[in-house]
Design a protein around this ligand. Structure first.
Ligand code: GLC
Length: 576
């Protein structure tokens, strides 16, 4: 056991809780012409305010982003504040919506009020201020580390609060975790990189000394002792969501925030032995935080890396150290998008090419660059691949392709525009065609398919928690609803999200908001699932609010950067 990192803050002066200044500036006011994301928001606002109707009524092909005609330009858009509508309530949990969007849907679902109650009960306070949400409110079970505020788990909570016009807790969380980043982090005698963000933290109360203490885990207490690579990326993504949603650039502009971003990114942009622009990781360093054969170059991390780089471009100041970093980011974004769009992308055409690959090729002309053996193609993938559709596979390395579908990575690829528009639509086509496999009775499979028998023994190390179709091994996680919904809206396919949400509404509340479901169809409450899992609750709320007011999408989606040219290598006839 190592001694946990402990920070005692007794006098309370450590965190700057300065006023939220809505100074009317938006990130985009910097000269980020190459990474401009204003048009997305404008278009979303126009679409929403013009239609004044539910997304449910929109045609199948509805897409919020194509240029709108002049006659679609109307009322709410006249008010420049509506460009980012700081602090607006969605009307989702209130009978009276500020903007009247409440009229767009029928009566709010009774689960919404219940979910807000749960979410507020999950708030964790430090010195009287809310700083995050606890992972689960389940009192019936052994707590393990579910009594902590996890960085990744807090993201949907934060989005729910931002969408509801309550940014304070998000700001507190961002500042508090930033201070934790500053701690010296050691596992045994080995010191972790300065930029590493914690996986989680908790507040310890000492009633005798009347103090509150923070305890953070950077991987030194985690099962498997793996540092969370995703935490830093989520932190940057959340900082951009906060800034976008509130219009308050003063937080991101603080020297300590700028430094925090630089520290996170210098961990990933440092030079080394890499021959690929993707990020090399240990198993279990993200949402799937146990051994599951996701070491190497897992899609979840690569997509979050790309998204964080793009958000950092919007947040970093173009001065001294920021400027130098921006140049490195631009180079990396180019290489990363090329690599991902080329080598991680799988559709019927590409699958057929792999099936016919020659091996042992040498030199620059090699087609089968990673020397993947066609015999390693699993049977399931041949049946799984629809005529129309495709996805980013789980992992690629030397003679290794992990063909499994991972939900989070593919959704983030859509939201960050790592996926081209064509690829994004193809991912949605795949979800529609493989509905039973990926959604089944309860959205949404964290990965597909499960690994079983001998493969399970080898890949998971006989993990009894990750048996086939359970937990990380093909389990269904309600939290993923928000990511699916956001991806659906970005691709103009809200009806897919509606279907998934309706399914979740038949059971989630009755089952007590479980962490995950088991079984091929996700029909059973997970073997060891916590109840009242906060991100299941928050994921549902965010999904509902996004559907009701798609302009919220702006805080978690980024438009395609035309400079990152799509690769038009494959025949378009294979993808719709
Ligand atoms: C589990 C999940 C992880 C999550 C944590 C807290 O360990 O695998 O992704 O952050 O629980 O909910």
């Amino acid at each position: 056991m190592t001694t946990p990192n402990v920070e005692v803050l007794q006098n309370g002066s450590s965190v700057n809780n300065g006023d939220l200044i809505n100074n009317g500036h938006e990130l985009d006011e910097y000269d980020f012409s190459r990474f401009e994301d204003r048009p997305r928001v404008l278009n979303l606002e126009r679409q929403r305010s013009c239609d004044e109707r539910s997304l449910n009524d929109l045609p199948v092909g509805f897409s919020p982003h194509p240029s709108l005609r002049a006659d679609n330009y109307c009322r709410a858009f006249d008010n420049p504040d509506s460009l980012y509508s700081p602090g607006r309530r969605s009307g989702c949990n209130t009978p009276l919506s500020h903007f009247g969007y409440g009229m767009m849907t029928s009566d709010p679902h009774p689960m919404i009020a219940e979910a807000w109650d749960d979410l507020r009960r999950a708030l964790v306070y430090f010195r009287g201020q809310p700083v995050g949400t606890i992972a689960a409110l389940d009192s019936s079970d052994e707590k393990l580390n579910y009594d902590q505020v996890f960085v990744r788990d807090f993201v949907p909570s934060a989005l729910a609060f931002l969408m509801n016009g309550e940014p304070e807790v998000v700001k507190n969380f961002l500042l508090k975790t930033l201070r934790l980043q500053g701690w010296e982090k050691k596992i045994d005698r080995f010191q972790l990189g300065e930029g590493v963000m914690p996986a989680s933290f908790k507040v310890l109360h000492d009633p005798i000394r009347n103090t509150e203490t923070l305890m953070a885990d950077f991987g030194e207490s985690a099962i498997g002792r793996v540092a969370p690579v995703d935490s830093g990326f989520w932190w940057i993504i959340l900082l951009r969501a906060y800034t976008k949603s509130t219009g308050d650039t003063s937080l991101a502009d603080k020297p300590e925030c700028q430094k925090g971003i630089r520290l996170i990114l210098s961990l990933c942009l440092s030079e080394g032995f890499d021959t690929f622009p993707t990020l090399l990781c240990a198993d279990g360093c993200s949402m799937i935080d146990r051994r599951m054969g996701v070491y190497g170059y897992p899609i979840e991390i690569q997509a979050l890396f790309f998204m964080a780089l793009r958000c950092a471009m919007l947040l970093l100041k173009h001065d001294g150290p920021g400027k130098e970093l921006i140049e490195r980011i631009v180079k990396r974004l180019h290489a990363l998008s090329y690599h991902m769009r080329n080598y991680f992308w799988l559709d019927l055409k590409q699958l057929n090419d792999i099936y016919r690959y020659k091996t042992e090729e040498y030199s620059h002309t090699a087609v089968n660059k990673f020397n993947v053996m066609p015999d390693s193609l699993p049977d399931w993938v041949m049946d799984f691949m629809p005529l129309h559709g495709g996805y980013f596979i789980g992992n690629i390395g030397p003679s290794h392709m992990d063909f499994r579908w991972f939900c989070l990575g593919n959704c983030i690829a859509i939201l960050s525009s790592l996926a081209t528009q064509e690829q994004s639509s193809a991912i949605m086509d795949l979800i529609e065609s493989r509905w039973e496999e990926l959604v089944g009775d309860m959205p949404l499979k964290v990965c597909y398919p499960a690994i079983e028998n001998h493969e399970w023994r080898i890949v998971t190390g006989c993990d009894p928690k990750n048996t086939r179709w359970s937990y990380h091994n093909g389990g269904s996680w309600p939290v993923l609803l928000w990511l699916l919904t956001a991806a659906c809206i970005k691709t103009g396919r809200p009806q897919i999200a509606r279907r998934a949400i309706e399914l979740a509404e038949t059971r989630l509340s009755k089952d007590g908001w479980p962490e995950y479901y088991d079984g091929k169809l996700g029909r059973y409450i997970g073997k060891q699932a916590r109840k009242h899992q906060t991100w299941s609750v928050a994921g549902y709320l965010v999904a509902k609010m996004l559907l009701e007011d798609p302009s919220h999408l702006g805080m978690i989606a980024i438009e395609e950067d035309k400079h990152l040219k799509p690769v038009l290598r494959r025949s378009s006839s294979w993808t719709a």
